[in-house]
Design a binder for this molecule. Structure first.
Ligand code: FPP
Length: 255
């Protein structure tokens, strides 16, 4: 196929039906993908970065309003220095290479996490793309970087405690809405679906507050192999779920 044909090829389409507004993905299995092929973990991450590009475009073209990707956890800082450096370099390059695609497709980029720990050059590129894409409306792509769900909740509690200590907030006035307002995700739609690749059945400190009523779908596919068809399978699984939010099935289904 000629390059022009490839560029003009229509994006893969989901079957008609409801689309989750906010999907978050735990992108796991880069290391195993590489090991299975006799490659280095670093090569696995590089291949994972390619899957990030494909899934971002697929989500955007299929009407998902918010896509949140777990790219680097607080706990990932404890990996070997070489791997951490490589992931930071991949991120730095990604922010340069994907800048035009993000801006041309009306995507708003957002970063969630303790960004002050990131290298200065990565932080600068992130901040610039966040600012330049701030008015885009087609989809919000959030990268969870140096992110931990427990750390996010602790930071929210500390911020509220400071207000209580300053006499601005009464302890009895603290409610879910107040905590929600201190989460990185405060301006995003409620989380509908969490996908985890590579078969592991855990949240690994990802979006703990936001996950309360999200649906979980786990696929055995390793992240570098995760393409549109697996993504669509996960959304089809989500469509078959009955979301009850603590109610009975009869209440949800109505009279
Ligand atoms: C988990 O796989 C993956 C990560 C810790 C990093 C995710 C990074 C990417 C997908 C690529 C870079 C991202 C961007 C946004 C450019 P693992 O290493 O734990 O795999 P394993 O469990 O098989 O060892």
């Amino acid at each position: 196929m000629a390059l022009e044909d490839l560029q003009a090829a229509p994006a893969p389409r989901l079957a008609p039906g409801p689309v989750p507004r906010h999907v978050a993905i735990i992108m796991d299995g880069n290391g195993r993908w590489a090991k299975n092929r006799g490659l280095s973990r670093l090569q696995g991450h590089a291949e994972g970065a390619k899957a990030v590009r494909t899934i971002t475009t697929t989500a955007r073209e299929n009407g998902i309003a918010a896509l949140t990707l777990y790219a680097f956890s607080m706990q990932n800082w404890q990996r070997p220095d070489e791997e951490v450096d490589h992931l930071m370099t991949l991120l730095f390059d990604y922010l340069d290479m994907e800048r035009a695609t993000i801006l041309d497709n009306g995507i708003r980029l957002k970063a969630l996490g303790q960004l002050e720990r990131l290298p200065g050059n990565v932080r600068d590129r992130l901040r610039r793309l966040e600012q330049d894409s701030a008015s885009n409306k087609a989809m919000v792509l959030s990268l969870a970087l140096s992110y931990g769900g427990r750390e996010e909740i602790v930071a929210a509690c500390q911020a509220i405690a400071r207000r209580v200590a300053a006499g601005e907030v009464a302890p009895g006035a603290i409610d879910e809405a107040m905590l929600e307002a201190f989460m990185f995700t405060k301006d995003l739609p409620p989380l509908d679906l969490i996908v985890r690749t590579s078969g592991e059945m855990r949240l690994s400190n990802f979006l703990l507050w936001q996950a309360a009523y999200a649906e979980l779908v786990v696929t055995d596919v390793l992240w570098p192999d995760f393409g549109p068809s697996t993504f669509f399978d996960c959304i089809e699984t989500y469509r078959r779920r009955e979301r009850r939010f603590g109610l009975t099935g009869a209440q949800v289904q109505g009279p």
